[in-house]
Design a protein around this ligand. Sequence first.
Ligand code: PNW
Length: 486
Amino acid sequence: MTTPQNETIKLPDGFLWGAATAAYQVEGAAHEDGRRDSIWDHFARIPGAVTDAHNGDVACDQYHRYSQDVDLMRSLNIGAYRFSTSWARVRPDGVSGKAGINQKGLDYYSRLVDSLLEADILPWLTLYHWDLPQALEEKGGWTNRDTAHLFTEYAMTMHDALGDRVKVWTTLNEPWCSSFLSYTAGVHAPGRTSPEDGLAAAHHLLLGHGLAVQELRKAAPDAELGITLNFTVPDPVDPNNPEDVDAARRIDAQFNRVFADPIFKGAYPVDLLEDLGEVGLREGFEALIHDGDLETISTPIDALGVNYYHGEAVSKTPPATTLTTDAVVTRETRSPYPAADGVYVHPRGLPVTDQDWEIQPEGLTRLLVRLHDKYTSEPGVKLYITENGCAFDDVADEFDNVDDQNRLDFYDLHLRATYDAVQQGVPVHGYFAWSLLDNYEWAWGYHKRFGIIRVNYETQARVVKSSGKWYGQIAGTNTIPARNAN
Ligand code: PNW
């Protein structure tokens, strides 16, 4: 039961209020100062891969406008900015050693970090938010084990440049997306459609995470090190039907536990391996796992970032109606799940966002309680919500004002759901709105707007939306006011 919207509630003292973006989605300047193609630059050029062939060449032009964005954050009482650094800007050719470093790329992040610190905003740095240098994809990308080692080298390049000022390091954002959505479903870059490749990418991403944590820990014993995972909350359509219960178990294994178990328990889930065995994928997957890999992957971390958008009701029976999506992807795609053929998602009649993602705040409460119980409470890993938000087709006036009560309501409901988890004993340490700005929404291009700040893509003007003004008050007071009161 979510705390009613007519109650005023307070999050714990010291709760961190943040906003998030990612390099390819906001920076632009894709061909400037020595940056070279990432897999997303390349992917966006493939006909049918991205709606209207939109790309990140200009995006929100944050590369040139970061100081304005920092000022806006300051005006909204934002305590932490979660951004990512672009591997393709810093080590553009994927070449190992000092010769592979692009100093101008490092200089940009140095300017950004200085500007955040001057504004008293914590720089929350994510090393990998999906923009692998295209040069490395040409050597196999994440299906090549070497990529994990090169990722670690890139991580240390960032640390050498910024470690004196950056104290929070996230290795990966949502490895489920950068493996299964990218190498198995084909809807994200590099657009491959192979279950074997998705599994190899997942293992090598995890390995890269573990190796980077080991090296960062040596270099920065006091830094806060972590990873951000995206989770779903799968529910059986009929909890009394064993087939539906098995469908939910499979999605949980192949979306959530495939990453969380090796990180926190040092082993892949047994039921996942059995599922893979049923479809002839187990042997190949196990051959990827070298001696010592799981120890590396389970190197202790300090923080787990949770990205939550929605859960899903699943069944082995096809639904009468399906959720549709208007992303105009005309390339061949397939299911992201390597071993869940015949599992269907059923619409539940819940309200949806403009991506047809169901709005399900109570799923966030259940997720946080479960993660705390199953993974983070015992090692004492801090939980943060590193992404939550929604796309709505905003209506702007001639001055780009947007009165987005629907987005404001979404945030209100999910913050109450977070509060509910805190009330149930889950120490949640912070929350990041996705996103600070409207930005490049991957396969949807610029058609989906997630910002609490509007971006006019013709003028690059930024205007704080109603949801942003409201979020700024919450960030400043740590209090979520009663809705519809006064
Ligand atoms: C996350 N899915 O992406 C990312 O971390 C952000 O970069 C992104 O803008 C945000 O959520 C909103 O989409 C996802 O298809 C993209 O399940 C797609 C999926 C999940 C997460």
